[in-house]
Design a protein around this ligand. Sequence first.
Ligand code: BGC
Length: 509
Amino acid sequence: MPAVVVSHGGQMPEHDGKITFYVIVCVIIAAFGGMLFGYDIGISGGVTAMDDFLMKFFMNVYEKKKRAHEDNYCKYDNEYLQLFTSSLYIAALLASFAASRVCSKFGRRTTLQIGSFFFIVGVALQAGGVNLVMVVFGRIILGCGVGFGNQSVPLFLSELAPARIRGALNICFQLFITIGILIAGIINYFTSNIHPHGWRISLGLAGVPAVILLVGSFAICETPTSLIERKQVDQGKATLKRIRGTDDVTAEFNSIVAACEAARRVKHPFRKLMKPSSRPPLVIAMLLQVFQQFTGINAIMFYAPVLFQTVGFGNNAALLSTVITGLVNVFSTLVSIYTVDRAGRRVLLLEACVQMFITQTVIGVLLLLHLQPTGSLNHAEAIIVVVLVCVFVMGFAWSWGPLGWLIPSETFPLETRTSGFACAVSSNMLFTFIIAQAFLSMLCHMRAGIFFFFAAWILLMGLFTLFFLPETKGVPVDSMVERVWKQHWFWKRYMIDDDENDDDDVVKG
Ligand code: BGC
């Protein structure tokens, strides 16, 4: 049985209900899942740039780095170093499918608790790591935490939020990701001067939000939708009254019950997802993840310190620049929260494509002309690169970052919403993995050309957005088929009624 997100956009009847203090507490606790994801993204770049860490686990990279004549673009190219960063994402990819089942069968809260448990174990293994196997194994366990967290938190937030602030609350997930990345940057900045165990502190401090998430998860409720879906109807109604701060929840309760019944009629959500009518949201959800990652954002998020060292900053200056880009990331996400329901999705995505295309191209040209394999950029040129990176991050943070998570959560019809969302999460992890694993080798082989590679993708995604991505601002989630897909010049051809063609997927109600 698929899980259910009951969503109502601007045109649907608005259910009464306050934004209760309890909901705010629940949102903050759950968003710690996003923070842990962000912390893991942000911490690895700084740690892999620390000499103590390299000397302990990657002696050959350390020696290469110390050789003055070594090629700038290649000094960090080491598949094991990349494996350290990327192993987390492959684990998260696999875990997200398991998580989607746990989420349906046992609820969002349990999924989150399992996720935080993985986080704590993973952190302990990493911080106490005595050999490479142990730290990579720790990272794989952390990846399971990310898989469980990223599947459950966005759903939890969507189901808990009063309808009218659902979009803004959904972007809180991204906001906490960016805060996690920023905190990681700041911590790395200080721990890089603590020898020889600074890296252990960096990796170990993830334990703080992990413990907060685990302990806090006992204070939060299960979502009413998940309870009702799992036939705990009375408890679901009581929870709904509690989170809405009113006894008058009949309308919302009835709509959840109706949605659960409709969703229950589909026996095999993953098979349903393969039908033509599911193609538009599925193709868009998965392509958004490919595009999000091929902007090159994580080349910067994971490897910013390494990248800034490549263009000539010292260790500390490189980490400080990472903190600056982290701050830009957080504040630009706030812009998205404010504008997404006003300006719309397409405007943000298209504007950002122009901004990101220009910055990636100019960085490429600068490095091509001025960064020789040995030597470094002069101070002014290096500063210009940092500024360009900030402008790039700004564009990503108010568009492809949050919308990569928001759009898949609002475009699937009810019956395929969680299975479709699981496909989006796992695609995200797959392409994050590819970038994490390949970036340093690509930098070594393609040199400045890597920035043109990303620019080419940005051009492609801009064209895709222009022609194939419909605007979903203000459209009630459950009216997407009628008002968006059936009206779209291209996607409308897939809007045939598959239920009549295949009885196997639908239990006739
Ligand atoms: C992406 C991450 C990225 C982060 C940057 C998220 O939306 O999924 O891969 O590192 O944004 O803020």
